[in-house]
Design a protein around this ligand. Structure first.
Ligand SMILES: [Ca+2]
Ligand SMILES: [Ca+2]
Ligand SMILES: [Ca+2]
Length: 399
């Protein structure tokens, strides 16, 4: 593992460094930046100006003599998908003590070859659903950590065992053994689900399409945990008036003493798991004859679960009007479990789609954490609640 030198300087440390610099008569030591950094590809080099100033500019010096600005803030994060030598420049804009410093970042191959496939599941937090406690399988006594590990085993590498996220809001957070680089103008990673078009519905692109929204995050604080800012990847419906941003929903654990209310056809209890949402609506995740286990995550002690995010409009059509056959239409692009896995492009994602909470585009050099959540709150008769499933995730820049 090739590390990088991270510059994080407290007032005291800075004083010590300046003193050391005086003794060695080396102005670069007092500056707190190195002349040469060596990092592995797809690893982050995070630098910070050791001094405050009126302005900052970090840039990449391009071979043709031009400069590409990387950051205009005190901090700069550099990452490269490919190996090679990069010349960088840091300018501290200040009327009293300006600085203009050039340095080199040498990007080399990793020592142990990266895997292109999902390596870690950080959180598995499904909403209630007919495949919860089955995908992955819950054994009595399992904890949240056991279920996280089971989800990780199911999805790691090319295992391709299905993991269900349940009804609206249920999510999973995962990552790779490296940072996924945002290559400009290219898809960066792919996530596969279990969507399909019904026979004869290829032109309509409808069948079992259960879109999940993707969020991404960069490990800015460098602690290896997904506790940094999250950004939504804005898919085709992001700006639609039918999309509800800032939506939230609360599900309640089923009352085991309540007499079930069957519909006499597909459902053993139409009033199984109650929910209410931020729009003032309420309803139930019903229970069906086919899946008889608990639909509420059995490893949790909480009696209610709240999820929030952007909600896409319902996409199902009750073809015969009796709940026997629902056709779920796909959305155009930018969602998981929304088009068949055979169409790689429509299951691929560009970090360049990231937006902040205000909907403003964000330029991320790469991402360490990816989250997928079920984006529709919908119940479809015989086939039950709409839930996103995933089976694999893959970095498209690693062979
Ligand atoms: Ca990209
Ligand atoms: Ca973090
Ligand atoms: Ca699905």
């Amino acid at each position: 593992m090739i590390g990088y030198k991270r510059i994080a300087i407290s007032g005291l440390a800075l004083m010590v460094m300046i003193l050391a610099g005086c003794q060695k008569e080396s102005p670069m030591v007092s500056l707190g930046l190195e002349e040469v950094y060596t990092i592995a590809r797809m690893q982050k080099l995070q630098l910070s100006s050791p001094f405050t100033g009126e302005g900052y500019r970090w840039s990449l010096l391009l071979p043709e003599g031009t400069e590409q600005t990387l950051s205009a803030s005190r901090d700069m994060l550099f990452i490269s998908e490919t190996t090679g030598i990069h010349e960088l420049r840091f300018m501290l804009i200040d009327g009293v003590n300006p600085l203009d410093f050039r340095f080199t970042v040498n990007v080399v191959d990793e020592e142990v070859a990266y895997s292109p496939y999902l390596a870690h599941v950080y959180e598995y937090c499904p909403a209630p659903g007919q495949f919860i406690n089955k995908m992955p399988w819950y054994d009595e006594g399992d904890t949240a950590e056991d279920m996280r590990r089971k989800a990780e085993e199911a999805l790691s590498g090319t295992n391709e065992e299905m993991v269900s996220l349940g009804a609206f809001g249920g999510y999973i957070t995962f990552g790779f053994d490296h940072t996924v680089v945002n290559v400009d103008g290219e898809y960066d990673f792919m996530i596969l689900g279990n969507a399909f078009y019904d026979a004869g519905m290829e032109d309509e692109k409808a069948g079992s399409c259960e879109p999940g929204i993707v969020m991404v995050s960069l490990d800015v604080n460098g602690n290896g945990l997904p506790d940094d800012e999250w950004y939504e990847l804005a898919g085709s419906e992001y700006a639609s008036e039918a999309t509800v941003h800032g939506y939230s929903i609360t599900y309640h654990a089923p009352d085991l003493n309540k007499p079930p209310v069957p519909d006499g056809r597909y459902l053993t209890d139409t009033e199984y798991i109650p929910w209410e949402d931020s729009l003032g609506e309420s309803g139930y995740v019903a229970k069906n004859y086919e899946n008889t286990q608990s639909y509420y995550p059995l490893w949790l002690t909480e009696q209610q679960l709240t999820f929030s995010g952007s909600r896409l409009a319902p996409n199902g059509e009750d073809v015969f009007g009796n709940g026997s056959y629902f056709k779920l239409y796909s959305y155009a692009w930018g969602y998981v479990d929304n088009h068949p896995n055979t169409i790689a492009k429509l299951n691929s994602f560009d970090i360049g789609w990231a937006v902040d909470r205000y909907g403003m585009p964000v330029r991320l050099p790469g991402v360490d954490f990816i989250r997928v959540y079920t984006a529709i709150n919908q119940y479809c008769g015989r086939i039950g609640e709409t839930s996103t499933e995933i089976i694999r995730a893959q970095d498209l820049h690693v062979e």
